[in-house]
Design a protein around this ligand. Structure first.
Ligand SMILES: [Zn+2]
Ligand SMILES: [Zn+2]
Length: 314
C-alpha cells in the first residue's frame, strides 16, 4: 500500500499569502553564496539543502488522503478541497479509473467541500461509491449542493452512477479488503478508519480530541489502534492552544505523540494542521514532537508532517 496526501489542513483552505511567498523568496536569497551559483549541479545542491518549509509548503487544501492498494486500486478518505486536485490528476491517468470509493470521517465542511468539484462524479461512465457509518449519507452530501449555496444540485447534474453505502458495525469490504471504523471524540461525531493488508496496516484517525478513554487497553481499542504501520492522526494544536480550545474536537501534537507511542505505531503523520500555523511553525511543531517522543521513550516512533503532494509507502 502507499498513500498520497492531497489535503492536510484542518478547518478551512489556506493558500499561501503573497506575504508568505515573499518571505520565503527573501529567506532563500539571503542564504545563497556565490559558490551556489557556479554550475547547475551547485544550484541543485543548494536547492536540495533548503529546509522543506522554505523550499515548498505543507499545503493549504483541506482533508483528503488517497490510499493505493498494492493492486493499483484505490480508496479515498474524505473529500476536502484536496480531492479536486486528486480528481484532476486521475484524468491524466491511462487507463483512467472507472470507479472510486470515498470514505467520510464526518461532514464538516473541511471534509466535504471539494466534492462538488470532483470531476468524476459528473461522468456516468465512472462509478463513485460513498461510505459512512451514519444514516442518510445521500441526503447529507446533496444538501451542500443546493440553491442558494451552490448553482447546481447533485441530483440534477451529477451522474446517476453514484452509490451511497452505510457501513455496518463490522466494517465494509472493498476490493476484498476489510475496512474497519471506530467513533472518535469530535463534536457531532467523527469516525476513524483502519485497513490491514497482509502484514501492513494503515489508520486514518481524524478529527479527534483524544481522551483518557482512547488510551485504555480495551479489546476494542487495541483491535483498532494497536501496532499501526502508519497512523495519520489529528495533531492540530500546540499543547497551550489545545488547553485554550478544549472541546473543539482536535488534539495537541504532544497528546497525539503520547497516543501513537501508547499504541505502538511505527510511523505517525501529523494531520489536520491548524490553518493559522505557517510552514515554519509546523516544522517547529514536528521537531518538538520528535523531541517529546524521545523524552517519553518513543524512540522507535518516526514522526512526519502530512504534506500535500507527498506519496509514502506503508
Ligand atoms: Zn476537520
Ligand atoms: Zn470536524
Amino acid at each position: 500500500m502507499r498513500f498520497t496526501v492531497w489535503g492536510a489542513r484542518g478547518s478551512f483552505p489556506t493558500p499561501l499569502t503573497p506575504r508568505a511567498i515573499q518571505s520565503k523568496i527573501a529567506s532563500v536569497v539571503q542564504r545563497i553564496k556565490p559558490s551556489d551559483l557556479v554550475s547547475s549541479d551547485a544550484r541543485e545542491r543548494f536547492l536540495g539543502s533548503l529546509p522543506p518549509w522554505l523550499f515548498g509548503t505543507t499545503g493549504g487544501n483541506t482533508a483528503c488522503v488517497q490510499l493505493e492498494l498494492d493492486d493499483s486500486r484505490q480508496l479515498i478518505f474524505d473529500a476536502g478541497s484536496g480531492i479536486v486536485e486528486l480528481g484532476l490528476s486521475q484524468l491524466r491517468r491511462d487507463p483512467a479509473p472507472t470507479e472510486y470509493h470515498i470514505l467520510f470521517t464526518h461532514f464538516h465542511y473541511d471534509h466535504i467541500q471539494g466534492l462538488p468539484f470532483f470531476p468524476h462524479a459528473f461522468n456516468p461512465g465512472v462509478a463513485v461509491h460513498f461510505y459512512s457509518p451514519v444514516e442518510g449519507l445521500q441526503e447529507i452530501l446533496s444538501r451542500q449542493m443546493q440553491h442558494p449555496w451552490f448553482p447546481i444540485t447533485m441530483e440534477d447534474k451529477m451522474s446517476k452512477n453514484l452509490h451511497f453505502h452505510r457501513i455496518p458495525p463490522e466494517g465494509v469490504e472493498i476490493y476484498g479488503h476489510r475496512i474497519r471504523w471506530r467513533e472518535l471524540n469530535h463534536p457531532g461525531r467523527a469516525f476513524g478508519y483502519r485497513i490491514d493488508q497482509g502484514e501492513r496496516s494503515f489508520g486514518y484517525v481524524t478529527d479527534v480530541e483524544l481522551r483518557e478513554k482512547d488510551f485504555q487497553r480495551t479489546e476494542d481499542n487495541a483491535a483498532f489502534f494497536e501496532n499501526l504501520d502508519v497512523m495519520i492522526i489529528d495533531s492540530q494544536y500546540t499543547l497551550d492552544e489545545a488547553i485554550e480550545k478544549y472541546n473543539w474536537g482536535h488534539s495537541s501534537f504532544s497528546l497525539a505523540v503520547d497516543f501513537a507511542v501508547a499504541w505502538g505505531a511505527k510511523r505517525m503523520f501529523m494531520f489536520h494542521h491548524e490553518p493559522q500555523y505557517s510552514d515554519k511553525k509546523l516544522q517547529q511543531n514536528v521537531q518538538s514532537a520528535r523531541w517529546y517522543a524521545n523524552r517519553i521513550g518513543g524512540t522507535d516512533l518516526e514522526i512526519q508532517l502530512a504534506t500535500e503532494g507527498v506519496t509514502i509507502d506503508v
